[in-house]
Design a protein around this ligand. Structure first.
Ligand SMILES: O=P(O)(O)OC[C@H](O)CO
Length: 208
């Protein structure tokens, strides 16, 4: 049954609601902003109403399948690891977009909400909000680049690991966090490379 739930979870995650809502509004999200087929670019291209609908649907596709697997399928413990990771990978490598999916942020929130009754996704939201607020103050309220946004998401996921450790989370949750974080890092590899290059240049500059 775990395999069947994992396949259903992957298909659920692979449904690219934000991208398809964009197509309905005659916008191709691949040509908007950073080209991510996610809710933020839907919001930018087609307005806040569709943007909010996209966030909710991309969230729900992760949340609902986890709740169904737990409550209808009776899955628990380590069996939840592949089922929890499947929607995130489904969104990131959606066959409906020929393997080129999104950055999997909204679906990540949905999955963690389903796994932990919203606790861990709320913790991630607080971590990201504090980081964003700090960045805004440092940058004197100037707009933050999508590159810096992506870097913050990766750092936020790493800090979430600290939160899970401090909360003495079950090993199953820690394994899901490992898989989720590696995927988010992979999907933000360009932003991470830019950050490393910037740090290297700063180091070289300070040595002169
Ligand atoms: O990561 P996605 O694909 O759910 O999209 C996320 C939103 O656009 C916010 O960056």
């Amino acid at each position: 049954m775990i395999i069947v739930w994992t396949i259903c979870a992957f298909v659920s995650g692979a449904l690219m609601y934000s991208y398809w809502l964009g197509r309905l509004a005659r916008k191709n999200l691949k040509t908007v902003g950073d080209g991510n087929p996610g809710a933020l670019n839907l919001w930018k291209a087609a307005g806040y109403r569709l943007g909010i609908a996209g966030v909710l649907l991309d969230f729900i596709k992760g949340y609902l399948i986890i709740r169904l697997a737990v409550e209808v399928g009776g899955v628990s413990g380590y069996g939840l690891i592949p089922i929890a990771l499947a929607p995130i990978f489904g969104h990131a490598f959606s066959p409906f977009l020929r393997g080129k999916g999104g950055k999997a942020i909204a679906v990540t929130f949905g999955v963690w909400s389903g796994l932990t009754q919203f606790e861990v996704s709320l913790a991630l939201a607080v971590i990201l909000a504090v980081m964003l607020g700090g960045m805004k103050v440092i940058n004197k309220w100037k707009p933050i680049s999508s590159e810096a946004d992506g870097q913050q998401v990766v750092i936020g996921m790493l800090l979430l690991g600290v939160y899970l450790y401090v909360r003495d989370a079950a090993a199953m949750l820690l394994w899901i966090w490992v898989g989720n974080t590696l995927l988010i890092m992979f999907k933000h590899h360009k932003e991470l490379a830019a950050l490393l290059l910037k740090k290297k240049k700063e180091q070289e500059g300070s040595q002169l």
